[in-house]
Write a protein that binds this ligand. Structure first.
Ligand SMILES: [Mg+2]
Length: 391
């Protein structure tokens, strides 16, 4: 089997109501899909995380920089191809956009290996789990959504069977060194720290004591603010605190992790092997959160998971894009002895809910099953592609 062609699909869904986390404003959801064709007629599918910039800039890395390394090559040599893609572009850096681009290609190569061997990808990777527990990833800031509407929203996830719910905190422009003033739409749907405490309390009382509640600060805080906030929500039984501080503040994150008896989770914004090595080795996190479309593909994320396992840490990947990101991360998580929990975005996004002919459904008990078909085991829905495709 030889690679004959690589192409991309750019998708965009404009949101009816923009949403925001601590520092990011989201008026739309986008996705850059990668398709790799082979001489025996198979097409592998992947996705490159395109957060932080245009779909076009990411597409150019795939089609101009990575493409020449792949044409004529055997997808089964994914480890060698990964290495060549990274090394031939190493002057661009060992993290960031290059890893995002390699991620999408790597996923498509693994999809091809699964299809060629007629084996579901999670089984090829070791098949530790056959079902995953999904957690509801939601509770964003939006418009005038206050504690009451937030409580109504997250209470709905508990009622639908989710055993874990995550909400956003940290959109507090007045806290010291908060990056928000430099971000897009910094005045949209902000909250004071006190209002965030109120939002967390409202969410906890809406979901009741039996459902786990995680909170995500998306890099907004300094260590003292994070520690102070956690003291104020001490009675709310928080399951984890995600990305409390800036991704490159390893010492600060380690300080928060040492100060709290609640796990620090992160950092989806870290990419590449060395950055995750440092987060893990320096105990900057208690829960490790790579993402196969962002960190460096399945090939790299397996190594991150092994490092986490060697340090006694669980892996709970970041999953927040199209259905390709969901299914690719599902196969990865299902392979992990130190994983099993799937982030399941609850915000409206047809690129997630309508992209495949067979949608990924959360069962009434909050679980998701892996498909029993070769590779990623999915088929793109052409009507959805046509509706949201960017020329
Ligand atoms: Mg997050």
């Amino acid at each position: 089997m030889r690679i004959t062609d690589i192409s991309t699909l750019k998708l965009r869904y404009p949101m009816a109501t923009p949403m925001a986390d601590a520092i990011h404003y989201m008026p739309e959801r986008t996705a850059l899909l990668v398709q790799i064709n082979t001489d025996d007629g198979l097409t592998g599918l992947g996705e490159c995380a395109a957060y932080g910039g245009s779909l076009d800039s990411m597409e150019r890395i795939v089609l101009d920089d990575l493409h020449p390394t792949l044409i004529g090559e055997d997808p089964f040599r994914v480890e060698r191809l990964w290495s060549r893609m990274a090394r031939r572009s190493h002057q661009r850096g060992t993290s960031g956009m290059l890893m995002q681009a390699i991620s999408g290609v790597d996923i498509a190569l693994w999809d091809l290996i699964g299809q060629a061997t007629k084996t579901p990808l999670y089984r090829l990777l070791g098949g530790y789990h056959e079902t995953l527990d999904a957690y509801a990833s939601a509770g964003f800031y939006a418009g005038d959504k206050g504690p009451t509407l937030l409580a109504e929203e997250v209470g709905g996830y508990a009622a639908r069977g989710f055993r874990t719910v995550k909400m956003k905190v940290g959109r507090n422009p007045k806290t010291m060194l908060n990056p928000l003033p430099d971000m897009w739409a910094p005045h949209y749907a902000t909250a004071t720290l006190e209002e965030d405490v109120e939002r967390v309390r409202a969410a906890r009382s809406a979901i009741g004591p039996a459902v786990r509640l995680a909170i995500d600060a998306n890099n907004a805080w300094t260590p003292p603010v994070a520690i102070q906030f956690m003291r104020q929500v001490a009675g709310q039984n928080i399951y984890w605190l995600e990305e409390p501080v800036a991704t490159d503040d390893l010492e600060g994150s380690a300080e928060v992790a040492r100060a709290l008896d609640i796990p620090v989770a992160g950092y989806e914004t870290a990419t590449g092997l060395a950055n995750f090595r440092d987060l893990i080795a320096r105990r900057a996190v208690d829960i490790v959160q790579p993402d196969v479309i962002w960190t460096g593909g399945i090939t790299l994320c397996r190594k991150v998971a092994a490092m986490a396992q060697a340090h006694g840490l669980p892996v709970v990947p970041h999953v927040f894009s199209s259905a390709v990101a969901t299914i690719a991360n599902m196969h990865f998580i299902a392979s992990l002895p130190n994983g099993g929990l799937l982030e399941f975005d609850q915000n409206p996004n047809p690129l997630r809910s309508e992209l495949f002919t067979e949608p990924i459904d959360v069962q009434p008990d909050g679980t998701v099953s892996l498909p029993d078909r070769p590779g990623l085991g999915v088929t793109l829905n052409q009507a959805t592609i046509d509706r949201y495709r960017v020329a």
